[in-house]
Design a protein around this ligand. Structure first.
Ligand SMILES: [Cu+2]
Length: 349
């Protein structure tokens, strides 16, 4: 893996650093001019910055139903209407296209994206709502939008007869159920290629009455990119950009409940994980039952598996989170929570 990055680095002049964690016994393995930064910081990282104007991982954390857009723009992609039975009709305008995705500073992946971003837009509803997806294929291959959850076979988007050809549209409609932490993705063939290229997103269904109150909700989709197309991933991340939350830590406060909607859409590797330092958390597999099954500091997820995680930090400070497949963390899947004191005095313990 290191060799591959090195080749990429040398051939394209790209500045992706692959450096060992300071706490690991292995010597620092760095390349060229990236060595100096690694020795200064002692952590894995990248040199330079990623252009976040197309996709900002920090913004993605709390964006669902296009709530990051001003109302006049938002209406182009999302409209909601209360129905007589108390549920909502939620309509989405989703398109597929061929898009370059910057996964590390200067490293552009030739991806396929929903609405120009990887992961695609997060869709969030309450159980029983009507989801209507107006799907347009603006890409160069046949694509679909296949949702996990209950739906009629005609809405599955997985049969060859259901593949939406370039320039064509299809409207998916179904009830949002069951409540849980789900995903959607393209189900065109070859499936592996259509997923690894970036056609996936999070689909969150809240139970009627909502989840328990919390101060923070964050969407985290673990993904990876085979930037030299040899069948092995070169860059790993949560939310696409390598080390995004190492450069811009996620800010929370001591004692606040932090809810993570975590999914794994990594291709080429059968399993992925998330470990949070200095803490233990509750795990709700697939988010379907309102009962935690694990109180742990690591959760493993197979391909397309999801979990809702709830965590509270006891102490202020900076807490690392990363895949405990340590190779993945060194190649980008590592970040930090920046936990601030919750005292109104602002005094830090
Ligand atoms: Cu596709």
């Amino acid at each position: 893996m290191t060799m591959k990055i090195e080749r990429l680095h040398l051939s394209a002049g790209l500045a992706l650093a692959v450096l060992a964690f300071a706490f690991m016994s292995a010597p620092v393995q760095s390349q060229g001019e990236t060595r100096a930064m690694g020795e200064m910081t002692g952590h894995s990282g990248t040199v330079g910055t990623t252009n976040l104007s197309q996709f900002d991982p920090s913004e993605y954390l709390t964006t669902w139903n296009f709530n990051n857009l001003p109302p006049n723009q938002r209406a182009n992609y999302y409209q909601e209407k209360a129905l007589a039975d108390g549920t909502m009709l939620r309509q989405y305008w989703i398109y597929a296209s061929d898009d370059a995705v910057e996964v590390a500073p200067g490293v552009f992946y030739a991806g396929w994206a929903y609405n120009g971003q990887v992961p695609g837009p997060t869709i969030r509803a309450t159980e029983g709502d009507t989801i209507r997806i107006h799907f347009f294929n603006g890409g160069t291959r046949a694509h679909t939008a296949h949702f996990h959850g209950f739906h009629p076979a005609s809405m599955d988007g997985a049969e060859p007869t259901q593949f939406v050809q370039p320039g064509q549209t299809f409207t998916y409609e179904f009830k949002a159920e069951p409540a849980g932490t789900h995903v959607y993705h393209c189900h065109s063939t070859p499936l592996k290629k259509h997923i690894e290229k970036g056609l996936y997103g999070m689909f969150i269904i809240d139970p009627v009455g909502g989840l328990s109150p919390t101060e923070n909700e964050f969407v985290m989709l673990m993904n990876a990119f085979d930037t030299d197309f040899d069948g092995e991933n070169d860059v790993y991340a949560v939310n696409t950009v390598a080390f995004a939350y190492a450069q811009n830590p996620i800010k929370v406060k001591v004692g606040e409940k932090v809810r993570l909607f975590l999914g794994n859409m990594v291709e080429n590797d059968p399993i992925n994980s998330m470990h949070i330092h200095g803490n233990f958390f509750q795990v709700y597999p697939t988010g379907t039952l309102n009962a935690s099954t694990h109180y742990t500091d690591i959760v493993e997820l197979a391909q397309a598996e999801r979990a809702r995680i709830e965590v509270q930090f006891k102490f202020p400070g900076r807490y690392m989170f990363h895949a405990h497949q340590t190779e993945f963390s060194e190649l980008g899947w590592m970040g930090f929570f920046e936990v601030e004191s919750n005292e109104s005095s602002g005094e830090v313990a």
